[in-house]
Design a protein around this ligand. Structure first.
Ligand code: ATP
Ligand code: MG
Length: 266
């Protein structure tokens, strides 16, 4: 049996008549990368928010290392422990970074919360290094950073708690293509160095091809197709997947685009 870091089973969530998530199940092996694709409103973010614990499920299970995290957390310690297991990186880190807090202070706050009573200077340097931000960036405020640098800060903050799973919801969507490639390279490197599993939500099938091993295709809250990324993209079985592949949501969708940009950067 594979060593799954994350198991999601029979997840349901409705908002009134809208079945935002309708019987979603999947597994993520340790160190694996699973993509979630699907049109707008198909339930990707709701699924992610339930996995992270920002949203409750009407039914279903979310197991991390075999432990369920859908029930109410009992107290602060359990809440923090759950936060350490699964971290999320959003599309726009600007919204989740306090404009008055320097990069170093952001990381220090997170480290203090989760690992109190320790000196964090060394770990902060290590994290900055891991995400390719020099120590020069340590004193910068969010507005003094580029979009790519801000996303690196968000990734560093997520890594600070040593999560088992990183959920990335359109984490590179707002970035220029060349910066996207840099961040995707960084994420690939981090995955090689750690056993962190990625749940990678994106509209961009080029990104999916680049950074995921497996993919699930969502529509109207349900999963219409799932499998190894290469086979789903090359030989989609479901007409909806074919439609997704044929439709060109925006210029530069070319699935080989990011792969080529990544190769150029290596
Ligand atoms: N808090 C909420 N209250 C009411 N309806 C919601 C809420 N959150 C999501 N929905 C609805 O649930 C459905 C799924 O939304 P969700 O945000 O999960 O889709 P998505 O796949 O992430 O879309 P996008 O690609 O646009 O980000 C949509 O119909 C949405 O309107
Ligand atoms: Mg979404």
């Amino acid at each position: 049996m594979p060593d799954n870091v994350l198991e999601v089973a029979g997840l349901h969530r409705a908002y009134g008549d809208v079945r935002a998530v309708d019987d979603v199940s999947f597994t993520l092996p340790a160190g694996g990368s699973l993509g979630i694709v699907g049109e707008s409103g198909s339930g990707k973010t709701t699924t992610a928010r339930i996995v992270v614990g920002l949203e409750r499920a009407d039914a279903g299970e979310v197991l991390v290392h075999g432990r369920d995290r859908t029930g109410r957390s009992r107290g602060r310690a359990q809440r923090l422990a759950r936060a350490r297991e699964v971290q999320m990186v959003f599309q726009d880190p600007y919204l989740s970074l306090d404009p008055r807090t320097s990069v170093e202070a952001v990381l220090r706050e997170t480290l203090r919360l989760h690992f109190p009573g320790k000196d964090h200077a060394g770990r902060i340097r290590e994290l900055l290094d891991q995400v390719g931000l020099g120590t020069r960036a340590a004193d910068a405020l969010p507005r003094q950073l580029s979009g790519g640098q801000r996303q690196r800060v968000a990734i560093a903050r997520a890594l600070a708690v040593e999560p088992a799973v990183l959920v990335l919801d359109e984490a590179v969507a707002a970035l220029d293509v060349s910066v996207q490639a840099q961040i995707l390279n960084l994420l690939a490197d981090i995955r090689e160095q750690t056993a962190i599993g990625y749940l990678f939500i994106t509209h961009d099938l080029g990104v999916v091809r680049c950074v995921t091993d497996d993919v699930i295709v969502m529509r109207h809250g349900g999963i219409v197709e799932a499998g190894p990324t290469a086979s789903v993209l090359e030989a989609p079985e479901h007409p909806y997947t074919r439609l997704l592949l044929e439709s060109v949501p925006r210029p530069g969708w070319d699935p080989d685009r990011i792969a080529a940009a990544r190769r150029a950067l290596r």
